[in-house]
Design a protein around this ligand. Structure first.
Ligand code: GUN
Length: 453
């Protein structure tokens, strides 16, 4: 790329997969970035850039909207490969909660930076994250520094005998700390950082906490959202049914938590009436196919949810239940897992790319800002090389991106017009340094973690 000048960049000559309302795919296209926004998208010969704009030659490349992962746990990245082959509740109690309870600010920083490095390398430009109970300022600081677009919040956990002491909080402290984090971070970095209240799941929260979060989110008019897990695992659903006397989504709805600023991760075990409720309320279903397979949770009825009219987005979940944070892998799985159940036309490639772009933007309440390449939107975009051997030949762009491109084909990433990956190299993180520090931080966390082994 030539020198940047006056904050403008012309991405020239690639196939631009806009994901706009008309789903235009523009061969030999161009995208103009000025400051943090896209100012023009079109054919190369019809688009003009300001004099002195830097030029990024994208011939032979695909230019796509930044991928949006709407359910992640950056704090768990340090625990990758340390919690395999367990089902959800054992995975949490035997491994993840003890590990999370042993985090300190330094290890949180390493976990966040490891995760962000992997996300940016793989073309993810925005995420919805859930932290652990403490140290969430560190995650916002990492996002602020590295340039990724983050909506997230600390996990809220005021219930559960199995919850380690280091994670168990009082209702008041949980709400007060969440409100203070929202006040410190929501809207910061020109709106790139946003807050989500994160009651972890019904089983780790009292009715009082859930109700209070519901009214805080309903009373806010600044885009603060609610992010939780729901109906991921059959035992979880049974325990919720025993406690509330109704199905999970209905119980959460009665507590005021299921509305158009809610993101509910998983939704594997939702019956027809819960699917209808999710659609009617405008809540987003955050689909995590890799995690749902690895934790043996099940296959979420995504085509049925979409048929009912629900908003659906995609996420890799945490590194210890996947074990990657790779949006391309997740898209591929999202398509493939439905086909044996519903036939080869279920979840076509274009639909899946929609979930990873427009669906993610809608789930975050940012559909006016991101999710497609259009003049006026934030310049969050990815340039990838579809011409490598594993995705060559063939030029059906959606199928190529969803079924054969992998994360290592991502060459350039911009967020808010700022280049964060150039020619495959991270510009805001030193990968070697992050990995070295993560190694020593992990040793310290493991020496403290009480996993009973
Ligand atoms: N349910 C409650 N906490 C978690 C978590 O950390 N990961 C997943 N996958 N499900 C959860």
């Amino acid at each position: 790329m030539t020198e940047r000048s006056a904050g403008a960049t012309l991405v020239r000559g690639g196939t631009v997969i806009t994901m706009d309302d008309a789903r235009r795919v523009i061969p030999d296209g161009a995208v103009v970035i000025e400051g943090s926004r896209i100012t023009a998208v079109g054919r190369r010969d019809e688009v003009t850039a300001p004099a002195g704009a830097a030029v990024l030659d994208a011939r032979g490349r695909y230019v796509i909207p930044g991928l949006i992962q709407a359910h992640l746990h950056l704090c768990q990245t340090l625990f990758r490969n340390l919690a395999d082959d367990l089902e959800l509740l054992d995975w949490l109690k035997l491994r993840i909660w003890p590990f999370e309870a042993a985090h300190d600010a330094g290890s949180m920083r390493s976990a966040a930076e490891l995760g962000i490095a992997e996300l940016l390398r793989g073309g993810t430009t925005a995420l919805l994250d859930m932290g652990t109970v403490g140290h969430y300022d560190v995650v916002f600081e990492a996002a602020e520094r590295t340039g990724i677009r983050l909506t997230g919040g600390k996990a809220m956990m005021d219930l559960g005998d199995d919850v380690p002491r280091g994670l168990r909080e009082s209702t008041r402290a949980s709400v007060d700390e969440s409100v203070a984090l929202a006040q410190r971070w929501h809207g910061k970095a020109d709106g790139r950082l946003r807050y989500a209240f994160c009651p972890r799941f019904a089983l780790s929260c009292t009715d009082d906490l859930l109700r209070e979060v519901g009214s805080l989110v309903a009373g806010a008019n600044d885009g603060v959202m609610m992010h939780t897990h729901a109906s991921e695992n059959r035992t979880e659903c049974r325990l919720v049914r025993e406690r509330f006397g109704r199905e999970n989504i209905h119980a959460l709805h009665e507590l005021g938590l299921v509305g158009d600023r809610a993101g509910l991760a998983h939704c594997v075990w939702v019956d027809e009436s819960e699917r209808a409720l999710l659609a009617q309320t405008g809540a987003a279903v955050l689909h995590c196919p890799g995690s749902n397979l690895k934790l043996a949770s099940g296959i979420a009825p995504i085509p049925e949810l979409m048929e009912a009219g629900a908003t659906v987005a995609i996420g890799a979940d945490g590194a210890p239940c996947n074990n990657n944070l790779d949006a391309f892998g997740e898209m591929r799985l999202a398509a493939l897992i439905q086909k044996p159940r519903l036939g080869p036309r279920a979840m076509p490639a274009r639909t899946v790319l929609e979930l990873a772009t427009r669906g993610g933007a809608a789930a975050l309440g940012l559909d006016a800002e991101i999710g497609s390449l259009e003049a006026g939107k934030r310049a969050d975009l990815v340039v990838l090389d579809p011409g490598r051997i594993a995705s060559f030949p063939g030029d059906e762009p959606y199928g190529r991106v969803v079924y054969s491109v992998s994360a290592d084909q991502v060459e350039h990433v911009f967020v808010d017009g700022r280049p964060l990956l150039r020619d495959g190299r991270l510009l805001t993180l030193d990968e070697d340094e992050v990995m070295t520090r993560a190694g020593s931080d992990l040793a310290r966390v493991l020496s403290r973690a009480d996993t009973g082994t």
